[in-house]
Ligand binder design. Structure first.
Ligand code: PGA
Length: 250
C-alpha cells in the first residue's frame, strides 16, 4: 500500500497563504510515490480546492461535529466538509482532546459521522509525556484505540506522541517500531484480518531530515506532518522520502 503524507495546517495562515501553499505543493507533487493530503482550516477549503484542482493532492478537514446537522453554533459537520471538497478528516487530534475536552467516546461518534458522510477519518492517538515516563504508553494508546474506533473501522490511525508534537522532539525509530507493532497487533485483535490493512501514520516533529528513517520503520504507513507541512519544499521533501510500496497497511 502507498504511504500517506498528510499535512495538518492547524490554525495557520490567511486565505491567500493557504492558496499559495496549496499551489506550491500541487506544482511539486508530480512523480511523488506517496498519497498526498493537505488539511487546511475549514474556512480555506474552497480556495484550496480550486488551487489543487487537477493535481494528485487530496484535501481534508481538521475536525467535524458528531451530528450531521443541527443547532451547534460554530461547529462544522462532516457533510459540510464533504460538500466543500474534502475527502478526509483528522479526528481526535491531541490538541482537540486537550483543548476541547474530546473523549474517546466523542471521537468514536465523530468517526462514525465522518464515514457516514463519505469521508475517510484519520483518528489520532498518542500518550502524554507522563504516561511514557511512567511506562504506561502502550496501555494509554491501547485504551484510546479501544475507545475511539468504531467497528468496523474504515480509516487510518495516526500515532502522535503528545510530547513530540510541535516540540522538535521526535520519537526514536525504536519507539516508533515498538508502538506501531503494538498498534498493529491491537488492530488485528479488534478487527481480525482487516487490521492488517489499516494504515498507521506517525506524527510528531516529522521533518525532511528525519522522514526517511521514520518512514522506513515497519508498520509505518505514512506521516501526519504539522509544522513542516507549512513549507511546500519541506512537505514535498518528506513526501519524497516515502517508501513506494510498503507491506501490510504500511
Ligand atoms: P508537528 O505536528 O509536526 O508540528 O509536530 C504534528 C501534528 O500535530 O499533527
Amino acid at each position: 500500500m502507498r504511504q500517506l503524507i498528510a499535512g495538518n495546517w492547524k490554525m495557520n495562515g490567511l486565505g491567500a497563504d493557504s492558496v499559495a501553499l496549496a499551489r506550491a505543493i500541487a506544482a511539486g507533487a508530480t512523480g511523488i510515490t506517496a498519497d498526498l493530503l493537505v488539511c487546511p482550516a475549514a474556512l480555506h477549503l474552497s480556495g484550496v480546492v480550486q488551487a489543487i484542482r487537477g493535481s494528485v493532492v487530496a484535501i481534508g478537514g481538521q475536525d467535524c461535529h458528531q451530528d450531521q446537522q443541527g443547532a451547534h453554533t460554530g461547529d462544522i459537520s462532516a457533510p459540510m466538509l464533504r460538500d466543500a471538497g474534502a475527502a478526509w478528516v483528522i479526528l481526535g487530534h491531541s490538541e482537540r482532546r486537550q483543548n476541547h475536552g474530546e473523549t474517546d467516546e466523542l471521537v468514536r461518534e465523530k468517526t462514525l459521522a465522518a464515514v457516514a458522510a463519505g469521508l475517510t477519518p484519520i483518528v489520532c492517538v498518542g500518550e502524554t509525556n507522563d504516561q511514557r515516563s511512567g511506562g504506561q504508553e502502550t496501555e494509554a494508546v491501547g485504551w484510546q484505540i479501544a475507545g475511539s474506533l468504531p467497528k468496523p473501522f474504515i480509516g487510518v490511525i495516526a500515532y502522535e506522541p503528545i510530547w513530540a508534537i510541535g516540540t522538535g522532539r521526535t520519537a526514536t525509530e525504536d519507539d516508533v517500531l515498538d508502538m506501531h507493532s503494538f498498534i498493529r497487533e491491537e488492530l488485528i485483535r479488534q478487527f481480525g484480518d482487516a487490521g492488517h490493512g489499516i494504515r498507521i501514520l506517525y506524527g510528531g516533529s516529522v521533518k525532511p531530515n528525519n522522514a526517511a528513517g521514520l518512514l522506513a520503520v515497519p508498520n509505518v504507513g505514512g506521516a501526519l506532518v504539522g509544522g513542516a507541512s507549512l513549507n511546500a519544499e519541506d512537505f514535498l521533501a518528506i513526501a519524497r522520502a516515502a517508501i513506494a510500496e510498503s507491506g501490510q497497511g504500511g
